[in-house]
Design a protein around this ligand. Structure first.
Ligand SMILES: [Zn+2]
Length: 326
């Protein structure tokens, strides 16, 4: 696991206790406990308490009422020791947007809770990259953000259009009209490093930070295996034919609700033809070049993704170890 050090959103500090979601009376009892706390999200952004020294993502659930109440709550699980942890989505009007210089890659909205200087809204990517919270809290925030994003965007039944009700402690929405049940989505994305001997394929999307190259990625489509999705994406984006595919590791990626599935693919040759609609550039990189990018000493200033992202770890595994295909 040493090679996955720093990978974001994978620290497993919570017992989800999914069997305890079904009974609303029990969930209400848990919510009323003195040690019940909430991970708070407002307009897709975590709300943190800023103490004298450090930030904290856990707010006593009783304090959430003072912020104007919530749109949706969900029982996320139980902290070590048994304290219930909820996710809470504040009403949109609880926060004010002061500015927005988001660039399609980074969320740069400046949001505040009026009159509450003790609360700070910080986008999750900045929290993870900056290590602003312990990894277990960052993972809880990722789960809360993805789940609350789903609620915020799925208020109506996709079958009949009626407003739906939150059910099963925030893990389902039920339609009171047609009785359809709706479950939170996680969208599988394959992210893969195509390799051939001493070289691998990296590309960059126009929205990436300047000089960053990363592994290619794309959504898995209905009816598709992970292996087929890997081969299709590399072929469509870079014109590289691959045969063997092997799984590496996965990572929740709550922007807004993906599961990144990291794979290696054995390229059948080094020809490349870049899809300039999807990518600004893609090319073969040598192992030495990738090592320089990981170590931030590339002579042209090119850089690999940050360690919170699984692409960093795909590159690291390939650059420093062997990747074998059976
Ligand atoms: Zn319906």
């Amino acid at each position: 696991m040493a090679h996955l050090e720093g990978l974001g959103f994978v620290a497993d500090g919570l017992d989800r206790g999914s069997y305890r979601r079904e009974d609303p009376v029990e969930v209400g009892r848990l919510r009323a406990l003195g040690d019940a706390r909430a991970v708070v999200i407002a307009r897709d952004m975590p709300v943190l308490r800023s103490g004298a020294k450090e930030l904290d993502s856990l707010v006593p659930i009783a304090e959430v009422e003072a912020l104007g109440g919530t749109q949706v709550e969900a029982l996320l699980g139980f902290a070590p020791g048994g304290a219930p942890i909820f996710a809470a989505l504040l009403k949109d009007e609880a926060v004010e947007q002061r500015s927005d210089s988001s660039d399609g890659f980074l969320d740069r909205r400046v949001l505040v809770v009026p009159g509450r200087d003790d609360l700070k809204l910080i986008d999750l990517r900045s929290i993870a990259v900056g290590g602003l919270l312990p990894p277990d809290q960052t993972t809880m925030l990722a789960a809360a953000k993805a789940l609350m994003h789903w609620h915020a965007h799925h208020r109506f039944c996709s079958n009949c259009g009626a407003a739906t009700d939150v059910a099963v402690a925030g893990w389902r929405r039920d339609c009171p009209v047609c009785k359809a049940t709706h479950f939170p989505r996680t969208d599988p994305v394959v992210i893969m490093l195509a390799v051939d001997g001493d070289a691998c394929v990296l590309g960059r999307q126009p929205r990436f930070p300047k000089n960053m190259y990363s592994a290619l990625a794309g959504f898995v489509e209905p009816g598709e295996t992970l292996e087929a999705a890997v081969r299709r994406e590399i072929w469509e984006e870079a014109g590289v034919v691959c045969d063997a595919v092997r799984y590496f590791a996965s990572q929740p990626w709550p922007f807004p609700a993906s599961l990144m599935i990291g794979c290696f693919a054995q390229a059948a040759g080094r020809s490349i033809k870049v899809d300039k609609v999807e990518l600004e550039d893609a090319r073969w990189f040598t192992r030495d070049e990738v090592v320089a990018m990981l170590e931030r000493r590339h002579t042209a200033g090119l850089a690999a993704p940050v360690p919170i992202a699984i692409a960093h770890h795909l590159l690291k595994r390939w650059a420093y170890d062997e990747v074998e295909f059976d």
